[in-house]
Design a binder for this molecule. Structure first.
Ligand code: PMP
Length: 436
């Protein structure tokens, strides 16, 4: 197969010049595997990009999409609708924590974040608290790349290039603590007190100015950072005390990654809104979701008749995405995939922790079917270089992993079996010692 011309495509979050010298292309996928255009088989250790939870090319989902494309390809979503959108919303609320039973559709995680933040601000206004516009995120949080998500996000490189355009944003400190928590299996013991940062920000700005706090219950993209025991509970208490809307960004943790449908259930903390995307359609058709507590939704339904929320997207509740999502939910249910990570956690944990002691490895983290290895930065080298070389080494040996800063993230499809976990870990055991 000839390599395509590569000049025109400006690739996202990619070192374009390096990549085009040494491209990594995928041309087919099925089950747990990708294949390159040359026919090389690669084990998918990242569920695509944290999204292909049921594995690739599942026939039921493929057929649902094809059937929908031929039946109703598009329907306008404003002042019009199609039946699958209602069916999907109802089905989704069977998976959410009690009370989170209203569903707004978007097309991505980033759009879900913008939507949830706008709803939080509008909700505060509707309940007579219009001065509450401040948004609080967390260092090392990732909430997509649109303006508000970039602002509440806590990744320097993603923010610095663009200046500050969303005013009134502040951040909690992150909870990652190698000193106290390195090599913890499962949830770290230390750091619940970091939730009190929110009290500090309340003291600084006054609660009457704060609309919402958004956190990932488990931060994925910045290296699989688990919440310390008690941290999320404490955040919930402080939000309750001060009338602050608590949003969990579950774009990665939603749909079974931790062994429950959502991290909210896994950690037994119910936020006021949940943002999701990715796994809702098994990564096949772009779709995002915002789940809101009924009381938030109902606050919008009190005014005079008319459009209650001046917000939405052309492709909100797209028929093909709805069909893909319904088939995905059927697949998750039939194969009990949304709880499978809980059953596989012990296997992934014991396999990953055999790597302890390998050179430059400063932490191993895991929960459900997600894990991370953290490497000491190489002095004088670009940040994240060691992790990137481990990623390259694994790719060359037929395993796709993800480099995230100094971390290698492992988040396979939830259908992974024991021997495939062993393949990932033995590949890492071979590659890590070869990276200087
Ligand atoms: N929030 C979180 C927690 C995410 O992990 C991501 C994507 N990895 C996003 C938002 C953005 O999602 P998208 O790339 O679909 O816009």
């Amino acid at each position: 197969m000839t390599t395509p011309r590569m000049d025109a495509f400006w690739m996202p979050f990619t070192a374009n010049r390096d990549f085009k010298q040494n491209p990594r292309l995928l041309s087919r996928a099925e089950g747990m595997h990708y294949w390159t255009p040359e026919g090389r088989q690669v084990l998918d250790g990242t569920a695509g990009l944290w999204c292909v939870n049921a594995g690739h090319a599942r026939p039921r989902i493929v057929e649902a999409i094809a059937r929908q494309a031929a039946t109703l390809d598009f329907a306008p979503p404003f002042q019009m609708a199609h039946p699958l959108a209602f069916e999907l919303a109802e089905r989704l609320t069977e998976l959410t924590p009690p009370g989170l039973n209203r569903v707004f559709f978007t097309n991505s995680g980033s759009e879900s974040v913008e939507t949830a933040l706008k709803i939080a601000i509008a909700y505060q206004r509707l309940r007579g608290e219009g001065q509450r516009t401040r948004l609080i995120g967390r260092e090392r949080g990732y909430h997509g790349v649109n303006f508000a998500g970039t602002a509440v996000g806590g990744m320097g490189p993603n923010r610095k290039m663009f200046g500050t355009h969303v005013a009134g944003v502040d951040h909690l400190r992150h909870t990652h603590d190698l000193q106290r928590n390195a090599f913890t299996q499962g949830q770290p013991e230390h750091g619940a007190e970091l939730a009190d940062d929110l009290e500090r920000l309340v003291a600084l700005h006054d609660a009457s100015t704060i609309a919402a706090v958004i956190v990932e219950p488990m931060a994925g993209s910045t290296g699989v950072l688990l919440p310390p025991k008690g941290y999320l509970q404490r955040l919930r208490q402080i939000c309750d005390k001060h009338g602050i809307v608590l949003i969990f960004d579950e774009v990665i943790t939603g749909f079974g990654r931790l062994g429950s449908p959502f991290a909210a259930q896994h950690y037994d903390v119910v936020p006021d809104m949940i943002t999701a995307a990715k796994g809702v359609t098994n990564g096949t058709i772009p779709m995002g979701v915002v789940f809101a507590k009924q009381e938030i939704h109902d606050a919008f339904m009190q005014g005079p008749p008319g459009i209650e929320l001046a917000h939405g997207y052309t492709y909100s509740s797209h028929p093909m995405a709805c069909a893909a999502a319904l088939a995905t939910l059927d697949t998750y249910a039939e194969e009990e995939l949304l709880t499978r990570a809980a059953r596989m956690e012990g296997k992934l944990q014991s396999a990953l922790h055999t790597l302890k002691g390998l050179p430059n490895l400063v932490d191993i983290r895991n929960t459900g079917l997600v894990g991370a290895l953290e490497f000491a930065p190489r002095p004088g080298a670009a940040p994240g270089r060691r992790a990137f070389e481990v990623f390259l080494g694994a790719w060359n040996k037929g395993v796709l992993l993800r480099a995230a800063g100094d971390n290698i993230a492992i988040s396979p499809p939830l259908i992974i079996n024991d021997s495939q976990i062993d393949q990932i870990v033995s590949t890492l055991a071979e590659v890590i010692p070869t990276v200087e």
